[in-house]
Design a protein around this ligand. Structure first.
Ligand code: ADE
Ligand code: ZN
Length: 333
């Protein structure tokens, strides 16, 4: 193993964090109160009772709670505070570059405009870059459980932000099984047409099969895969990912909390290293899954004691290389 201090000081890049998933229980009640949001019948009344609910049998059980949580985020200031608090926490854990996902449809479906969402997030990005000397990017995700036609509307509503680079990347999240990447080919094509520099990713192979990873690569033309742990079932695919340097954004504590694996030692991480498939280590929905990025690093260090300085150095290098910051910034990191 390696010392905790070494892990703390590694220059980390976060590529997989849903900003709505950084909403701490305390903030959830605070935002609900100040926005006069009434939470649904039977919703836990206290912070303790709410946190006691953070045990999930699968992705869907989590998402059901996550979308209720997102419903308390209303004003530009809410989005700003939420994101700024995340960046502050991340910086304190050694994050030097953070790419954050947001789910506009979970807000626009409640008549919160995409302008409100993006303005608050952008303000937090700028403020955090100044205060913490980090770099940031925004990745807009489409909710795959909604109709592709709804997702197309989201792309239209975000057109100017895609064109001017405010939104740097496009992703795909929410319930995976039964919602294959193939449904979203047109959405990805249209978005890319608005800006050829738009970066593309998609959640695939979290609960869904390795074939969804292949679809995401071949049909959506993504350059990165979020989660992707199911690729371990397919040796040919592992070879391809290594060859094409497709990075997987791995979220160890998430995978355990959503019961995708029993323990992080069951993740195919050694196999990824052996095949030369690059991956980064990320937090997904840290407020709900019991830890931010450094907690994920600690957990892996405990369960992969065979990883020494060299292996950790390689993981961090791969994660810098797979980042969507410019070449100059990568050099500096
Ligand atoms: N939205 C937020 N977290 C997610 C996850 N782990 N998988 C799919 N969609 C999500
Ligand atoms: Zn995710």
């Amino acid at each position: 193993g390696v010392p905790d201090q070494f892990l703390r000081e590694l220059p980390k890049c976060e590529h997989h964090v849903h900003i709505e998933g950084t909403l701490e229980a305390e903030q959830l009640f605070q935002f609900a109160n100040r926005n006069n949001i009434s939470l649904p019948e039977g919703f836990p009344a206290t912070i303790e009772d709410l946190k006691a609910k953070y045990n999930f049998a699968n992705l869907q059980e989590f998402l059901d709670l996550y979308y209720i949580g997102a419903s308390v985020i209303v004003t530009e200031e809410d989005f700003y505070e939420l994101a700024f608090a995340y960046f502050k926490k991340a910086a304190s854990q050694g994050v030097v570059h953070a790419e954050i996902f947001f789910d506009p449809q979970s807000h626009t479906s409640r008549d919160v405009s995409i302008v409100t969402v993006v303005s608050g997030l952008t303000r937090a990005c700028k403020e955090a870059e100044k205060k913490f000397s980090i770099t940031t990017k925004l990745i807009m995700c489409l909710l795959r459980h909604t109709a592709p036609s709804e997702c197309s509307k989201t792309i239209e509503s975000a057109k100017k932000y895609i064109k001017d680079g405010t939104i740097a990347g496009l992703g795909l999240d929410s319930s995976e099984k039964g919602f294959p990447p193939s449904l979203f080919v047109e959405c990805y094509e249209v978005a890319k047409k608005y800006n050829a520099d738009l970066r593309l990713t998609a959640h695939a192979g979290e609960e869904g099969p390795a074939s969804y990873v292949i679809e995401a690569l071949d049909l959506l033309k993504v350059e990165r895969i979020d989660h992707g742990i199911r690729v371990a079932d397919d040796d040919k695919l592992l070879e391809r990912l290594a060859e094409e340097k497709i990075m997987l954004t791995i979220c160890p504590l998430s995978n355990v909390k959503l019961q995708v694996v029993d323990k992080t030692a069951d993740l195919p991480l050694q196999k990824l290293l052996d095949y030369g498939v690059p991956f980064s280590i990320n937090s997904d929905d840290p407020a709900y899954f019991g830890g931010y990025i450094l907690d994920n690093f600690y957990q892996l260090s405990k369960e992969y004691p065979q990883w020494g300085f060299f292996t950790w150095g390689q993981i961090v290098k791969n994660s810098i290389n797979g980042s969507w910051c410019d070449a100059k910034r990568k050099e500096d990191l």
